[in-house]
Design a protein around this ligand. Structure first.
Ligand code: SF4
Length: 85
C-alpha cells in the first residue's frame, strides 16, 4: 500500500531541483512553422547568451543542489562557437 504524504509532511521534505532545463541559444538557422525561435544566426541577441563557463557554473551549482537530469535545447545549440567543447 503506498504511503501518502500530508501537505504538512511535504513542506518538511527537502526541496530539490531534480530536473533542469536550459536553452543554449535562441538563434536558429531553420524556420520551422510551429516554432517561435526565429532569431538569425548573427542576431545581436547573440551577445546576451551565457558563456560556456557560465553554463558550466550553473550546471555545477544545480548538481550540488541535487539536480540529476537536464534538458538542453535552443534554438540551434550547434550555432554556438563553443559547441564543440
Ligand atoms: S529551434 Fe528547432 S523547431 Fe525552432 S526553428 Fe529551430 S530547428 Fe525549428
Amino acid at each position: 500500500m503506498p504511503e501518502y504524504h500530508t501537505q504538512q509532511r511535504l513542506a518538511q521534505m527537502p526541496r530539490l531541483p531534480l530536473h533542469g532545463s536550459i536553452d543554449l541559444t535562441y538563434r536558429c538557422n531553420n524556420v520551422c512553422r510551429h516554432c517561435w525561435l526565429w532569431l538569425a544566426e548573427n542576431a545581436p541577441e547573440r551577445a546576451d547568451e551565457l558563456t560556456f563557463d557560465e553554463i558550466v557554473r550553473i550546471a555545477d551549482q544545480a548538481r550540488a543542489l541535487g539536480c540529476r537530469e537536464w534538458a538542453i535545447s535552443g534554438g540551434e545549440p550547434m550555432l554556438r562557437p563553443d559547441s564543440s567543447q
